[in-house]
Structure formats: structure tokens, C-alpha cells
Design a protein around this ligand. Structure first.
Ligand SMILES: Nc1ncnc2c1ncn2[C@@H]1O[C@H](COP(=O)(O)OP(=O)(O)OP(=O)(O)O)[C@@H](O)[C@H]1O
Length: 384
């Protein structure tokens, strides 16, 4: 199936999926006040979180923020220092990894090099003492699922990186875990294969009706695949929300800055009326729509995504948020062009323009005087 058709079909069904907004739903996985210390270092800090059945959940954050430690505690490779982890209401604390209805897939895949694809997939089932005929059926089913049936007799090194990744996936799914934990599962694949595999993973997760928890430091990957993202910072959660909410309504500078590109203007509140805040910013007055009721004199950051910033040679008629500057840098990226504009006051701001037409007449060029502007509903007020 074409990738676009897949996305469309997923999107249509996915649109209704938001159990976290349903008070009658109970999370499948509950992380309740979990802390993990290594000596005096706190890797996970009093963290609470619910993950729902059939959810594709991403743990995202910079290196060292504790996301792998949290995943390893779900798998049973680490135990919490305090707090509880529950699956379907039952505590997992003290339950050894192989007795948990969860399975973990690692970045390195950890395939056995001397075993064929089918033996690799059968390995865990054999260890569990499953009957031979049943193993054969299950392995065949799994290889079909990941489209590797013709490769059953090959050794891992006779496969491409993407195929090896699918063997690892088939092996992790063979025991039919309720939850699959994936630690940077696509880390070893090149960009193009990664993108393809992202859609395959999403399809598979959806078809099987499984719950996936994925660890990644790649925000784009999390945005593409996850129903919800937990962005972590120093062992805590900075925000848990859908990709769209994380992107469009970040709760702090940290979140706004981590996901995508962002301009942040430091401003001081002057007044509030009609759902709008009026602030004094570096390049002049700023007006933004916000439910936040901040007092005059309060400091706030106004975040504006580069694609919501308009750029042009003339001051836009009627624009409330307009700033004069000159073009400081230009990055032509093919699909979009990124302009870095230096405001009169010295701040560097970014604006992206989609290259919808081939070739641009009289493109903006270096050192040219320009106006940047944005609509009052394009700015997000950040107090943290
Ligand atoms: N066994 C351990 N002993 C001591 N410190 C540890 C141990 N495991 C993890 N840590 C520390 O805990 C912190 C969180 O580690 P963790 O692996 O969870 O981070 P991460 O967010 O997954 O990062 P990365 O993306 O680099 O894997 C790190 O500072 C790490 O050094």
C-alpha cells in the first residue's frame, strides 16, 4: 500500500482514539510515583503516568533524562527505588522480566548470528516449552506478519538492516505480549528506511491491537508514530500530550524549544482585554490570544513557530505584531526556505516560507530590509 494511503487510513480511524479523555477508561499501565536512584543520583524522579490499551506511547527526551530507565523498569530489568508500576491494576514490582506480559525490543536487535531467521523467532517460544507444532505455526504466522516468509532459512547477516529489524520485531511479538517496549528500535536504520519502517510499525501495532511504548530521542519519529508523547526532563515529565498539542500548545520553554524550531520573544505584560494580552516586547508591542490571566508587569516568553511568522518587504497592513529587521541568513532546504532575520533590537528570528512554486521571482536576499509579522493567535504565552 502506498505510504500516503496508509497514513490516511490510520488517520481516519485514529482520529477517534483518545481514551485518556474518557473518565470511564482506566490506564493499562500505571506508573505511580516512581523514583529510581542509582547511588545518590536520581534517574527517575517521582514520576506518574498512565498508558492506555492500544496506545502508541512515546518517551522522548535528551540523553540522560531517564527514559530508558523507565522503560527498563517496565520490562523488569530494573526495580523502582520507590513507587509502584501496575499493569491491569496488578503491581509489577518484584515480578521477574519473563513473567511479565511485556516484551522488550532493543536497538541492537540482539539476533543470534548462527541461527536462521525462523530459529531466532522460535527461540523464546522453545524456552517457554511450547509444543513443536505450535511453535512452527506461530513462527510462520509471525514471519508472514513482518513479510519475511521467503527469508525463513537465512541467517541474520544475509539480511538488510530493515529486514533484521523486522526479525527482531517478529521475535518480540511471537510470545504475544500485551505490551511491547521498544528502545530506539529504528536507531540503526538510514533515514529513508526509518521512515518506511515507522509506518510499518504503526500499521502492525494497530492491526494487532497492541500497546507500544517506544523510547526515542528523535522528536520527528515520536511525532509521526505516537498517539501521545511524554517529553521528559531530568527524570520528570515536562508534558504528556498528543503530538499536535505538544507542538501547538507547549507548556514551557523547555517543551517549545525541544520540539521543532521556535522563536521566543521575552516580553513584559502591560494589559489584558478581550482574551488578549498586550505585552512590551523587544521589537515593539505584542498582542496574543491566551486564556492565561497574567498581571501587568509579569514576565513571559512569547513562542512563535517559524512557519507561523510571515515575512515580506513591506509592513503588512493592519498587522498588530510587526517587527522590522534585515535578513541575516538564508537556508534553502528545497521544500522550504528558512530566513533568519535580525531585528533592529538585535534578536535573531526565524521564518520559514514554503516553496510552493518552482523558482521564485525577486526572492528576498541577504541584508535586505524586511518585516516579520504574526497573528495574535499564532503566539503561545510561556510563563515557565
Ligand atoms: N546502572 C546505572 N548506574 C548508574 N547510573 C545509571 C545507571 N543506569 C542509568 N544511569 C544514569 O541515569 C541517567 C538516566 O539514564 P537513562 O539511560 O535512563 O537515560 P536516557 O534518557 O535513556 O538516555 P539515552 O538517550 O542516552 O539512552 C543517566 O544519567 C545515566 O547515567
Amino acid at each position: 500500500m502506498a505510504v500516503q494511503a496508509q497514513v490516511k487510513s490510520l488517520g481516519n480511524i485514529r482520529r477517534q482514539f483518545e481514551p485518556w479523555n474518557d473518565p470511564a477508561e482506566r490506564p493499562l499501565i500505571e506508573v505511580a510515583g516512581v523514583t529510581k536512584r542509582f547511588g545518590t543520583f536520581t534517574a527517575v524522579d517521582d514520576l506518574s503516568l498512565g498508558i492506555y490499551r492500544r496506545e502508541f506511547f512515546a518517551l522522548l527526551g535528551p540523553s540522560g533524562c531517564g527514559k530508558s530507565t523507565l522503560l527498563r523498569m517496565l520490562a523488569g530489568f530494573e526495580e523502582p527505588t520507590s513507587g509502584d508500576l501496575r499493569l491491569e491494576g496488578q503491581s509489577l514490582v518484584g515480578v521477574p522480566p519473563h513473567k511479565r506480559p511485556v516484551n522488550m525490543m532493543f536497538q541492537s536487535y540482539a539476533l543470534f548470528p548462527h541461527m536462521s531467521v525462523e530459529k531466532n523467532v522460535a527461540f523464546g517460544l522453545k524456552q517457554d516449552g511450547m509444543a513443536k507444532s505450535e511453535i512452527a505455526d506461530r513462527v510462520a504466522e509471525m514471519l508472514k506478519l513482518v513479510k519475511l516468509t521467503p527469508f525463513a532459512k537465512r541467517k541474520p547477516q544475509q539480511l538488510s538492516g530493515g529486514q533484521q529489524q523486522r526479525v527482531a520485531l517478529a521475535r518480540s511479538l511471537a510470545k504475544r505480549p500485551k505490551v511491547l517496549l521498544l528502545d530506539e528500535p529504528l536507531g540503526a536504520l538510514d533515514k529513508k528506511l526509518r521512515e518506511e519502517t515507522q509506518f510499518e510499525l504503526m500499521d502492525l501495532q494497530f492491526e494487532l491491537g497492541l500497546t507500544f511504548v517506544i523510547v526515542t530521542h528523535d522528536q520527528e519519529e515520536a511525532m509521526v508514530m505516537a498517539d501521545r508523547i511524554a517529553l521528559m526532563r531530568e527524570g520528570r515529565i515536562a508534558q504528556v500530550a498528543t503530538p499536535a498539542v505538544i507542538y501547538e500548545a507547549p507548556v514551557s520553554r523547555y517543551v517549545a524549544d525541544f520540539i521543532g524550531n521556535v522563536n521566543i520573544l521575552d516580553a513584559t505584560v502591560e494589559s489584558r482585554s478581550d482574551g488578549r494580552l498586550r505585552l512590551a516586547g523587544p521589537g515593539g508591542a505584542i498582542e496574543v490570544e491566551t486564556p492565561l490571566a497574567l498581571k501587568p508587569g509579569a514576565k513571559a516568553g512569547i513562542a512563535i513557530r517559524p512557519e507561523k511568522m510571515r515575512i515580506g518587504r513591506d509592513r503588512p497592513a493592519g498587522a498588530v505584531n510587526a517587527f522590522e529587521g534585515e535578513i541575516y541568513d538564508i537556508a534553502y532546504l528545497g521544500d522550504v526556505t528558512l530566513y533568519v532575520v535580525k531585528l533592529r533590537t538585535g534578536e535573531l528570528m526565524r521564518a520559514t516560507v514554503i516553496n510552493a512554486a518552482r523558482g521564485i521571482e525577486a526572492p528576498l536576499t541577504w541584508d535586505e530590509a524586511v518585516w516579520l509579522s504574526f497573528a495574535p493567535d499564532a503566539g503561545v504565552v510561556l510563563v515557565d
